[in-house]
Design a protein around this ligand. Structure first.
Ligand code: AP5
Ligand code: MG
Ligand code: ZN
Length: 228
């Protein structure tokens, strides 16, 4: 059987080479996307979410999207080489020149090793939430289809029902992988393949544990202190 085509890697300057980047780390539903949007406002660092990039590739019907979709729908990690190629391409963009904030990347030791060859990571912020909280968070999530703001039916609804607080849109979406079965697979993948990275980064002295089972504002405050 022929190998599926892999995305090609553009050549050019990897802007992130000369600066320091931040990693937001944690299980599905920990609040990585929620906090990334707030930290972006305070630090100016652009959010690079591999999950958002993959969903955009799926929606656009690209080869990467077609290949990634079967893993995402099953709640499994997309192969490292696909993710690393996406990241390398993203870091060619001009807004990556002063540092970036990775959301949901790296998720395996090979991804972290590849990242260490591209850019220096200054802080890994681990948002810790007990497993029993995850399903209720994921199953109540909805996002703005226009600006990607993240909401929750109970824990973080829009101020005005049906209207995005950030951009005023009424175009809300729920993710295809936000159902209980897939969440349990995603959680399994997190514990088996991603959580070993905690020791890997802890050994480098850049790992910050943040209690993510609190009010959203308190968590943001702690993350900003850790970044000081
Ligand atoms: P991805 O999109 O990264 O999903 P995930 O890691 O499962 O994380 P989520 O986006 O579900 O959660 P979050 O931590 O961002 O939480 P959020 O802020 O939305 O990845 C999806 C898939 O893509 C993966 O399964 C995999 O297949 C693939 N993939 C992506 N990156 C990959 C990689 N590097 N390698 C391989 N495969 C990759 O919050 C969740 C909900 O909780 C929201 O409703 C929010 O309003 C609410 N909430 C947030 N904070 C709080 C709080 N403090 N209290 C109460 N509710 C809260
Ligand atoms: Mg997210
Ligand atoms: Zn919006």
């Amino acid at each position: 059987m022929a190998c599926p085509a892999r995305p090609t890697v553009k050549t050019g300057t990897l802007h992130a080479g000369n600066m320091e980047s931040i990693v937001l780390f944690g299980p599905p539903g920990a609040g990585k996307g929620t906090q990334a949007q707030r930290i972006m406002e305070s630090t100016g660092l652009p959010q690079i979410s591999t999950g958002d990039m993959l969903r955009a590739s799926v929606a656009a019907g690209t080869q990467t999207g077609i290949e990634a979709k079967k893993f995402m729908d099953a709640g499994q990690l997309v192969p490292d080489e696909v993710i690393i190629a996406l990241i390398r391409e993203r870091l060619l963009e001009d807004d990556a020149s002063n540092g970036v904030m990775f959301d949901g990347f790296p998720r395996t030791i090979p991804q972290a090793e590849a990242l260490s060859r591209i850019t220096k990571v200054s802080h890994v912020i681990a948002i810790e939430v007990p497993d029993e909280r995850i399903v209720e968070r994921i199953c109540g999530r909805y996002t703005c289809g226009d600006c990607s703001a993240v909401y929750h039916d109970t824990f973080n609804p829009t101020a005005v029902e049906g209207v995005c607080d950030v951009c005023g849109s009424s175009n809300f979406k729920r993710r295809a992988d936000d159902n209980e079965d897939t969440v349990l697979s995603r959680l399994g993948a997190y514990h088996q393949q991603t959580s070993p990275l905690a020791d890997w980064y802890d050994n480098q002295g850049i790992f910050h544990r943040i209690n993510g089972d609190r009010a959203i504002d308190e968590i943001t405050e702690d993350i900003l202190s850790a970044l000081d």
